[in-house]
Design a protein around this ligand. Structure first.
Ligand SMILES: [Zn+2]
Length: 224
């Protein structure tokens, strides 16, 4: 009888653990704590932070005025240092004024969207507005800017006494899942392998003793 009870108990524990794994790995309070930390260490204004209900793992900083993190990203990431790393990358775009240097480019993309929208006619005005807004907010980061934002994230972690592998394993998880940061990042982000190698070398240059944690592919991580 006692054996049966303990079997039921351990089954219950297993179910509860499974349920917990299905919810976000990084809590909203952890995201907010990380953002506060990032802005403190970077000596920048704590821009408003939004959590977006969206299964696609992503994060972006909008025209240097706010930062958004999706619930999909919170589920994908496994360590608080990883969300710290991603938010540091986004802070890098804002702090390094990448938005200001690409204004001309973004307006160009916006106008292109209007022309395409008029040509297809099926587009509602709302769709068009969303498209233009997205373009203005996120289009046009060059590969160089992405590398700069990654370097910024590594340096901020080391200068602030954080684990610099956070940005590395966060990018690794995104890569394994086939995702990337920022909606329009497909052309502008450096290829994953080169990007990861650059980040790893940057970390090892500044902190040669760093050990990099193993990252499970997403399916394996989900089964836990
Ligand atoms: Zn970026």
């Amino acid at each position: 009888m006692r054996k049966l009870i303990s079997a039921i108990l351990s089954a219950l524990i297993a179910i509860c653990a499974g349920g917990a794994a299905a919810s976000a790995s990084i809590s909203e309070s952890a995201v907010r704590r990380a953002w506060k930390d990032v802005t403190n260490i970077a000596g920048m204004e704590a821009l408003p932070l939004f959590i977006k209900e969206d299964a696609a793992a992503n994060a972006w900083v909008e025209a240097g005025k706010s930062v958004t993190v999706t619930t999909g990203l919170m589920e994908l990431l496994q360590r608080e240092e990883e969300i710290f790393g991603v938010l540091s990358h986004e802070a890098g775009h804002a702090k390094l004024k990448h938005y200001e240097s690409k204004v001309g480019q973004s307006v160009g993309v916006g106008i292109a969207s209007i022309l395409i929208g008029k040509a297809t006619k099926n587009n509602s005005l709302a769709d068009l507005a969303v498209g233009i807004g997205l373009n203005l907010a996120t289009a046009g980061f060059s590969r160089e800017m992405e590398v700069e934002a990654d370097d910024f994230a590594v340096d901020l972690a080391i200068d602030g006494g954080h684990d610099p592998t956070g940005i590395y394993t966060a990018l690794e998880r995104l890569s394994l899942q086939g995702g990337r940061l920022e909606p329009s990042g497909f052309n502008s982000h450096p290829p994953d392998e080169r990007r990861l190698l650059h980040v790893k070398n940057r970390i090892l240059e500044r902190a040669p003793e760093t050990k990099f944690p193993e990252v499970d592919p997403p399916e394996k991580a989900k089964q836990r």
